[in-house]
Design a protein around this ligand. Structure first.
Ligand code: FES
Length: 124
């Protein structure tokens, strides 16, 4: 199996997220939001790269998730932040529904951990 091969793991029942809703799940210790939008299921990092609010407590507006703290909007398909913000976008992750279960590719989460808050000085 190549390193890029998906490893699908069950994270929730599809019934756990209502249409237009958001839930938080944990994959490999990483907080991830699953959104059930008109366009289908989407998965992305839960922690806002601005000041670390949890996006699962935000709201879904069509193709965007709105951060509950300062109202940045992120495209749930690409992770891009709306114009006017100079912060990272969101990591997005492969997600699918299989027989009433929601599955996320945990290999993708391992390969691309969430973007963190931008800092001016990073001495690590
Ligand atoms: S914490 Fe998300 S926009 Fe500020």
């Amino acid at each position: 199996m190549s390193d890029d091969a998906p490893r699908w793991i069950e994270v929730a029942a599809l019934d756990n997220v209502k249409p237009g809703g958001l839930i938080q799940v944990i994959v490999k210790g990483t907080q991830i939001v699953v959104a059930r939008a008109v366009s289908g299921l989407h998965a992305f990092q839960a922690i806002c790269p601005h000041e670390m609010a949890n996006l699962s407590t935000g709201r879904l507006e069509a193709a965007h998730v709105v951060c509950p703290r300062h109202l940045a909007k992120f495209d749930i398909a690409t992770g891009a932040v709306s114009p006017g913000w100079s912060i990272n976008g969101l990591r997005i992750y492969p997600v699918r529904a299989v027989d009433g279960r929601i599955e996320i590719d945990e290999a993708a989460v391992e390969r691309a951990p969430p973007f963190r808050k931008k800092t001016t000085w990073d001495l690590t």
